[in-house]
Design a protein. Sequence first.
Length: 122
Amino acid sequence: MWLEAWFSGWLSNDEDTLSWLIMAVQDESPYVAHVFVCTNYRKGERKSCADNNSQLVKDTLKVAVEERGWKGKARVSTSGCLGLCTTGLNVMIYPQKVWFSEVSMDDVDAILSFLDGCVSVK
């Protein structure tokens, strides 16, 4: 393997040492729904999701998920740029392939309502 050859100069040839570098484990997501909230901040250079209280939205969703007992079923994570800054704040939910744009604190209940439908199914 090319990777082994590349690393051979500065790593031992021990099979176990190399295997952890090149062997990813593919598995099904442990979450029914994974919510990514873009918190990218462009320091005023151009519009960004952080301009719309993205950290507050993310923190509110995270607390609500825990309060509803969905921890382990739904996860809320910070995301870097999702590429659609002009429609930010952006929130996406996978594996449902759902995208919320122009999100504000007023939309948190709608996002939680969508999540309720996801976690209640499993």
